[in-house]
Design a protein around this ligand. Structure first.
Ligand SMILES: [Zn+2]
Length: 79
């Protein structure tokens, strides 16, 4: 998974922290679904994964937090 793809998704689904003159998000953050820590669009995202849910939301997590996330995600998808 390319870094830029994760970053694009954070900018699209995350909470905007900085936007340009046209109102486009240039900096945003989201929360890891595993550990609850903040993931910023400017962070090293090589170990960050994401998944779109059927509710058209996007879930992000650190690679090391993946195990904790999946049980929760499956629950979300089945609701
Ligand atoms: Zn995490």
């Amino acid at each position: 998974m390319a870094d830029s793809e994760v970053k694009k998704m954070i900018l699209k689904f995350g909470k905007c922290t900085e936007s340009d003159a046209r109102g486009r998000t240039i900096s945003a953050h989201t929360t890891c679904a595993g550990c609850g820590k903040r993931i910023k669009s400017g962070d090293d995202l090589s170990k960050v994964h994401f998944s779109l849910t059927k509710r058209k939301t996007c879930v992000f997590w650190h690679e090391k937090c993946g195990k904790d996330v999946w049980s929760g995600l499956i629950h979300v998808e089945r609701e």
